[in-house]
Design a protein around this ligand. Structure first.
Ligand code: CO
Length: 249
């Protein structure tokens, strides 16, 4: 796995999410398309060396429509890029990983396949092999890490390591673990630290120009909690995502 290709976020309507994600946060739109197969209208936005995928359900019966009805807007799935999705799926089958897709299909990010959330302790994981060359597009923020709540940190860490081979990043003890994925990382924390949530709980981004971003937040009247060199968005402002943005690594 080369990198976190994108983080998928379910929103009620793309048009309502664009003012925050495209204008206030300033993420460039890479593509937008209807994917009938997944019952969504989806958009990919550049976010450093990864991307944010916004998903609008086309109806209430699709899995994304059911997710929205049950949980509201928010983090939905995580996608890793692999150079050869057929080989990657083959290796996952050898490991008896539970899969939603037994064979790759066409998605917005290229040829894609979903694992069952049970395979990764409650995190819905997608794999993608882009079919066209993606050109680096600069963005004012980039992904630093994705926070995952785990009932058992060791078990979740081992699930991601055994399926995808991510190396551990040294941490100074404590109950958390961190796995490196390209330039980004997965931070796995005990679910009791994050209100009992199992699965994806928060995104941490780094701003290239923090002062300019704060000025954009002021202009938009974004509801947030500000500290020295960091800001946390309240969930309605960021469409259900606990979003933490900092000035530094
Ligand atoms: Co996706």
């Amino acid at each position: 796995m080369r990198r976190i290709h994108h983080v998928g976020i379910v929103v009620t309507r793309l048009a309502e999410a664009y003012p925050f994600y495209r204008e206030t946060l300033g993420l460039p739109l890479l593509k937008e398309a209807v994917i009938p197969d997944q019952g969504v209208r989806a958009a990919l936005l550049a976010c450093g060396d990864t991307e944010i995928e916004l998903l609008e359900p086309l109806g209430a019966v699709s899995s994304v429509g059911r997710f929205l009805a049950k949980r509201g807007e928010g983090l939905h799935h995580l996608c890793f890029e692999t150079p050869d999705i057929d080989a990657a799926l083959g290796r996952l089958k050898e490991k008896h990983a539970e899969l939603i897709d037994q064979a790759p299909r066409a998605g917005l990010a290229g040829r894609i396949a979903f694992l069952h959330p049970k395979a990764c302790c409650g995190v819905l994981v997608e794999l993608a092999t882009p079919t066209e060359t993606e050109h680096a597009v600069s963005a004012p923020v980039r992904l630093k890490r994705l926070v995952i709540g785990a009932r058992d940190v060791k078990e979740t860490t081992e699930a991601f390591q055994s399926l995808f081979g991510f190396p551990k990043v040294a941490m100074n003890g404590g109950p958390r673990t961190m796995l490196a994925v390209g330039r980004g990382a997965l931070l796995i924390v005990p679910s009791e630290e994050v209100g009992g949530t199992e699965g994806m709980v928060a995104l941490s981004l780094v701003a290239e120009d923090f002062a300019a971003l704060m000025a954009a937040f002021d202009r938009a009247g974004a509801r947030c909690l500000r500290g020295a060199g960091e800001v946390t968005l309240e969930r309605p402002a960021s469409h259900g995502v606990h979003l933490h943005i900092s000035r530094y690594e």
